[in-house]
Ligand binder design. Sequence first.
Ligand SMILES: C[S@@+](CC[C@H](N)C(=O)[O-])C[C@H]1O[C@@H](n2cnc3c(N)ncnc32)[C@H](O)[C@@H]1O
Length: 310
Amino acid sequence: MGRHAPVLLTPFIDALCTSPDGRYVDATFGRGGHARALLEKLSPSGRLLALDRDPDAVREGQRLAAQDERFCVRHCAFAELDAALDETGWDKVHGIGFDLGVSSPQLDDAERGFSFSRDGPLDMRMDTGHGQPLCERLVRINERELADIIRRYGNERYAGRIARAILHARDGGDMTRTAQLENVVFHAMPKKARFGGAHPATRTFQALRMWVNDEMAQLEEGIKAAMQRLLPGGRLAVISFHSGEDRTVRDLIEAEVHACTCPPDFPICVCGRMPSMRWLQKKPLRANAVEIAENARSRSALLRVAERLA
Ligand SMILES: C[S@@+](CC[C@H](N)C(=O)[O-])C[C@H]1O[C@@H](n2cnc3c(N)ncnc32)[C@H](O)[C@@H]1O
């Protein structure tokens, strides 16, 4: 099993864990870096439920569950968070954490098809048992739709020409491997944009991965469910690596922090909606220089933490 260096480990765990005897959910087990650190803070009566949609991550979680009776793991996606808690027999919990995106072992395993630097099948599914791999999803998409995905999820300014080149290669039968996708994206970029900075295929690969895994809809459902499942004083901690994800998390929490929907010029509230969450810190927390020097992945990490009021 590959390794994954957890980002923002101490602030994430400190924010999440308010009671050593509490019940917690790690919605993104990965290789268990955050989960193991949380278990270290829990007493013998504390409990941790971990979720992951990736079967390899769940297998690693099962190994940990065999060694620690305070811990259990379930194979499911964020959208099934409610059902996972029900099946565990839990109603409300003391904290729920999300560490979004892909894990290092997912990127490192060429057969998973996430990486532009290791050739593999064009798959990109986090749950290899569900849904369609990228190469199948590309079969039916048109240029406008594909450009929209690459622009929206990848913030890619050359989305139009990249989408055109991908579909041209697809129609010629040359779009089944990650190396083909990387090559097509590289050559679709204008020469001035090919060198310097991140690899030119980074944004397109990220966008296609988010599309294949329906990540934004999953995130929205997961965060909404998580806020409903917290005890008063319970914490929601979310690490994101993508501006769109961070905005979604911020807006969903903000809608509960400032719940009143009355027009600003109303002298008193008539909608009656009371805040159900409060921010622990208004601005997202970032990794410090030491962590960034040790783990480049932490450079773009943003941690948001909020607390359930009632
Ligand atoms: C960045 S990794 C988590 C790493 C983990 N915190 C650690 O320290 O090892 C993100 C994990 O979340 C999982 N994941 C991403 N989106 C998911 C979703 N919608 N539902 C369930 N798991 C998801 C991925 O499969 C991956 O294993």
